[in-house]
Design a protein around this ligand. Structure first.
Ligand SMILES: [Fe+2]
Length: 231
């Protein structure tokens, strides 16, 4: 098997890794599903900024196609954070009920480092487990949750189960065309993303992170109040 075929095969493995902790996730419970939606909202909130950052890092001669792909994706991701927030609202909850977890921050903050250090192909890899998860694994989860929580609380899932069929297919075709020397970066993005997402899913519905989260927000709030006083 050549390395390009290896990376294509790893794309499916990364989907399985991302799905690892779903079997222990009791999404039928309103508060657990609420946490899933809130953490999704927290990281999706950064997705357009991340896409803009990666698009700006493209070389316009060598990475012209990627540059325009990322801008197209940026447009498609508009207001997806609000979609998750609306689902939460229809459950009678808000994102404030579920502060951003350490695992959520780990999931998206690492991405800025990877794009800065290895370039925009890291993002191509990073999205693959997410897109594969949405179109391969989550349609069954969606069907189950609609029956329990109602259609109005599952629009984020519905949209992504549908949208990501095309995105995942596109990503697999793209792997066949990208320069040989960028394949390692794509593979690294896939692996890191799948591992960190699995970590995040493991934390959903648990209370352990509150110990870390509470002081973090108190410090942030104090700093904001302090800055307002200075200004
Ligand atoms: Fe999205």
């Amino acid at each position: 098997m050549n390395f390009r075929d290896r990376v294509s095969k790893d794309a499916y493995t990364s989907v399985d890794v991302a799905f690892t902790n779903y079997e222990n996730l009791n999404l039928e419970d309103k508060m657990v599903y609420g946490d899933w939606l809130a953490q999704t909202h927290h990281y999706v909130h950064h997705v357009t900024r991340i896409l803009a950052f990666a698009a700006a890092k493209c070389d316009l001669y060598q990475e012209r196609e990627l540059h325009f792909r990322l801008i197209k994706a940026l447009n498609e991701e508009k207001n997806h954070d609000i979609m998750a927030a609306n689902d939460l609202k229809n459950l009678g909850l808000t994102a404030e009920h579920f502060p951003e977890r350490m695992e959520t921050r780990n999931f998206y903050q690492v991405l800025f480092y990877m794009i800065e250090t290895y370039g925009p192909y890291a993002l191509v890899g990073y999205f693959i487990p997410q897109e594969g998860l949405s179109c391969i694994k989550l349609p069954d989860v969606y069907k189950r949750l609609v029956e329990i929580h109602g259609k109005k609380s599952c629009t984020f899932l519905m949209e992504h189960c549908e949208l990501d069929i095309e995105h995942f297919g596109d990503a697999l075709s793209f792997i066949k065309t990208i320069p040989e020397n960028k394949l390692t970066i794509v593979q690294m993005g896939m692996t890191r993303s799948a591992e960190l997402y699995a970590d995040l899913m493991k934390s959903i519905g648990t209370t352990e992170d509150q110990i870390l989260t509470t002081p973090y927000w108190n410090i942030a709030k104090t700093k904001m109040e302090f800055n307002q006083t200075i200004l």
